[in-house]
Design a protein around this ligand. Structure first.
Ligand code: HEC
Length: 198
């Protein structure tokens, strides 16, 4: 009886000590830290912006300015997607399709390939972007490749790499969405894609 009490007591102390070690907030009584804080970001939005930068979203979704070092995102139009007046490569699409060639414009926003022509979406907080989207819409767009994140939306076309971006964790998707919702709203209706040429 006494022996089993000692064993139980030891287990309780060890469990308490381990818990203390993995959760220092118990000692300080401060609220548990968010993942973004543990990673050194001051807000969820700042962490979301970091994920957008390293995720390469600007490469296709931000118009470019030409610099000596090559094309750079135009920060005044950041993430506003393809603008209709940029145009797209008016090449022989039948030839492109038969050869499997792909080409783009100087902004990397309009893509001609075997799937037709696709135009990078407006990801800013404007209503013509993701302004009216819910986080569920955003998650469905990235995870299931559904246009506008709608259940019955068409499949998002190349070269949007949703098959890779779907591996973002729920936490990361929430942070990216929080950042996109905080962006400067840029009004820009992106043209619909063009089908492959018959
Ligand atoms: C290689 C180019 C490329 C990269 C990189 C890229 N995208 Fe895209 N994205 C596109 C294109 C092109 C479309 C439009 C496809 C279509 O119309 O079906 C698109 C569409 C989308 C859509 C759907 C828009 C809508 O209106 O339904 C979302 C959301 C999106 N991208 C988010 C992102 C995010 C977030 C990143 C970075 C983590 C990213 N994209 C990186 C090219 C890209």
């Amino acid at each position: 009886m006494c022996k089993s009490l000692i064993v139980a007591g030891t287990i309780a102390i060890v469990a308490f000590a381990c818990n203390q070690k993995s959760n220092p907030d118990l000692a300080t009584n401060e609220p548990a830290k968010e993942v973004y804080q543990l990673l050194g970001y001051e807000s969820e939005i700042a962490y979301g912006e970091h994920l957008v930068v390293v995720g390469g979203c600007d490469d296709c979704h931000s118009p470019k300015v030409m610099t000596d070092a090559g094309p750079e995102p135009d920060m005044s139009m950041r993430l506003s997607g393809h603008h209709a007046d940029f145009g797209y490569a008016e090449v022989d699409r039948k030839m492109m399709q038969s050869k499997g060639y792909v080409t783009t414009n100087a902004h990397f926003t309009a893509w001609v390939g075997p799937w037709g022509v696709s135009f990078a979406g407006n990801l800013t907080s404007d209503a013509t972007g993701i302004g009216n989207w819910t986080e569920d819409n955003f998650k469905r767009a990235l995870r299931e490749g559904k246009f506008k994140g709608l259940e019955n939306g068409r499949t998002i076309l190349p070269p949007m790499p949703w098959q890779q971006l779907r591996h973002y964790s729920d936490y990361e998707i929430s942070a990216i969405f929080a950042y996109l919702k905080s962006t400067n709203p840029i009004k820009n209706v992106v043209p619909p894609p063009l089908p492959p040429q018959e």
